[in-house]
Ligand binder design. Structure first.
Ligand SMILES: C[S@@+](CC[C@H](N)C(=O)[O-])C[C@H]1O[C@@H](n2cnc3c(N)ncnc32)[C@H](O)[C@@H]1O
Length: 204
């Protein structure tokens, strides 16, 4: 077994707690540190980009407690056996499509504004670190563009990016559009992974 398909502490915990993958704990840590889903706001609107198999959406819906609204987008479908009571609720919508496509952008924009944009979108990895970082950077830029167009003033952004390539430049750009920005690597990220998360707080 390679380190990527060997179940570890986080994957086993996810299985036990009813989430499709370990990625849920990354958002949990980010939320705990930055308080993103704790607004106490009754109409809190979240956009989840690169949402499949659905852990981040499920966690966010649980935090929203049927208040607010969550729109999730991915090229792949969500894992249908999880979180049915949340995914079949009125405050959730999933759209299957490419988030870089104009058609998807228009569809998402029709549901704006949002208070929080979270993007865990990642390319299928090739094993070539430069190519993977380049593709991840493109997706992260797309997420930042969504943040700029669909977030309310004061809204927050979480975006995954593979380190290398243009990542430092992206953080600089987030700093220009948000009152503050931070880089954070949750403990639940695999040790060998070169992913990290950029957080933009308070859209200008
Ligand atoms: C790491 S997974 C996301 C995991 C998810 N946050 C969760 O917790 O279940 C990355 C996702 O990004 C999606 N993705 C990559 N490129 C995309 C694109 N251009 N448009 C839509 N989704 C994309 C992939 O299909 C994949 O499901």
């Amino acid at each position: 077994m390679t380190p990527y398909n060997k179940p570890d502490y986080w994957s086993l915990k996810a299985q036990k707690e009813g989430y499709p993958a370990r990625s849920v704990y990354k958002l949990k840590e980010i939320d705990k540190k930055f308080g993103l889903l704790r607004s106490g706001h009754t109409n809190f609107r979240v956009l989840d980009l690169g949402a499949a198999p659905g852990c981040w959406s499920l966690y966010a819906l649980q935090r929203l407690k049927t208040q607010g609204f969550l729109l999730a987008a991915d090229m792949s479908p969500l894992a249908s056996q999880y979180g049915k009571e949340y995914f079949e609720g009125k405050n959730f919508l999933f759209t299957q499509g490419d988030i870089t496509a104009e058609e998807t952008m228009k569809f998402i924009a029709s549901y704006s504004p949002f208070n929080l944009v979270i993007s865990d979108a990642a390319p299928a990895t090739t094993g070539n670190r430069s190519i993977d970082a380049f593709r991840s950077f493109d997706l992260a830029e797309t997420a930042l563009d969504y943040g700029k167009t669909v977030l309310v003033k004061g809204g927050n952004l979480v975006v995954k990016v593979f380190q290398g390539g243009g990542a430092p430049n992206l953080l600089k750009r987030i700093r220009e559009d948000f009152f503050s920005a931070a880089s954070f690597k949750p403990k639940a990220c695999r040790q060998e992974s070169f992913e990290t998360y950029y957080i933009g707080l308070g859209k200008k």
